[in-house]
Design a protein around this ligand. Structure first.
Ligand code: GYE
Length: 331
């Protein structure tokens, strides 16, 4: 009896092993047939952007089961639309894109939907009415980032006994119409509306680049040097503004100079923060590749996904930053 039971168990084991073996070829097939992803990136305007591209490329790698088609739009929305159309024609499995601006995506996203290709949006946002055309988005809450910055400034002004003094602010805006610019600008404009002593003396676009901001700031300083705060909507802009201010003989620091506020918190900018040249840097995390990979893998397995994912972000200021924080930085 026992012998018979053992024999049955042995047969079952053989059968089960057979089953396991049968599953393997399909696992092998997935390996042979990578997941094809078309990725439309805005360009390479900043250190942040370069880190973002790198993050997606290294997460959606061949070793990780992907065939990634990368397109750099060189700052043109038209190029992004063309790239997405090409991805659709190529019949990719997924489209990943970072929208340069918030508007103008409806038609092409509709085309992706008709073709049945899921679209994963990273970094910046688009108009709410087009959001239904997106499968998932991963990015930052830019309005919240801006609010963190103005709240920090409000506190500092009170601490320095300047709560009622006139505060003259220069806002160097990011690429106009981009979600990052819209959110960060709105937070500062609202703060200015709340404080009758805060005044926007200049508001100009630096296009998220160091070079353009250097020019913009140089021209601004020809008109006035009476500036308390320069609110730069990314790190590249902060570095360009500092270059121009130092050249014009202005000191940048939070004690007795121009207060420079920035966003991104790249390694280089944090070094400026440690020196005191950038007073506050609100973090914006570009390392979104692993989240994209996670979402695609879940979709592949038919599992539910989080439709909107905001990445946790912190902030660094001159008063509390340490060398260790910079050394640990990945971008
Ligand atoms: O702050 C800036 C980049 O959209 C969050 O774009 C991104 C912004 C980032 O060029 O450095």
């Amino acid at each position: 009896m026992i012998k018979r039971m053992l024999a049955i168990a042995a047969c079952l084991a053989v059968l089960l092993c057979g089953c396991t073996k049968e599953v393997q070829p399909s696992a092998g097939a997935t390996k042979d047939k990578p997941i094809v992803v078309g990725f439309s990136q805005i360009g390479a305007e900043s250190e942040w952007r370069v880190a973002n591209t790198e993050s997606v490329k290294s997460s959606l790698s061949e070793d990780n089961g992907y065939d990634l088609i990368f397109d750099d739009a060189r700052q043109e929305q038209e190029n992004q639309i063309r790239a997405i159309r090409t991805f659709i024609q190529q019949g990719v499995d997924y489209i990943v894109f970072s929208p340069k601006v918030e508007t103008g995506w409806e038609t092409v996203l509709q085309e992706a939907k008709v073709a049945g290709i899921p679209v994963i949006m990273i970094d910046r946002d688009i108009e709410a009415k087009d959001k239904g055309l997106i499968t998932a988005c991963i990015g930052s809450d830019f309005r919240k980032e801006g609010e963190k910055a103005v709240q920090w400034l409000e506190k500092l002004m009170v601490q320095q006994g300047r709560g009622a003094n006139p505060i003259r602010i220069v806002d160097i805006q990011g690429t106009m119409g981009s979600a990052a610019q819209v959110g960060r600008t709105a937070a500062m404009e609202q703060a200015i509306a709340r404080h009758s002593n805060w005044k926007m003396v200049v508001q100009e676009c630096g296009d998220f680049t160091r070079a353009k901001t250097y020019e913009v700031m140089k021209n601004t300083l020809k008109r006035t040097k009476d500036i308390d705060v320069v609110y730069c909507e990314n790190d590249g802009e902060a570095l360009g503004a500092i270059d121009a201010m130092e050249e014009a003989g202005l000191k940048c620091n939070a004690h007795d100079g121009v207060i420079v506020i920035s966003f991104d918190a790249t390694k280089l900018a944090l070094k400026y923060c440690l020196e005191g040249k950038i007073a506050l840097d609100v973090e914006c995390n570009p390392l979104q590749g692993p989240y994209v990979d996670g979402i695609i893998k879940r979709l592949q397995r038919g599992e539910p996904i989080e439709k909107v994912k905001y990445i946790d972000e912190t902030q660094f200021d001159y008063f509390t930053i340490t060398k260790g924080m910079i050394e640990n930085r990945k971008y």
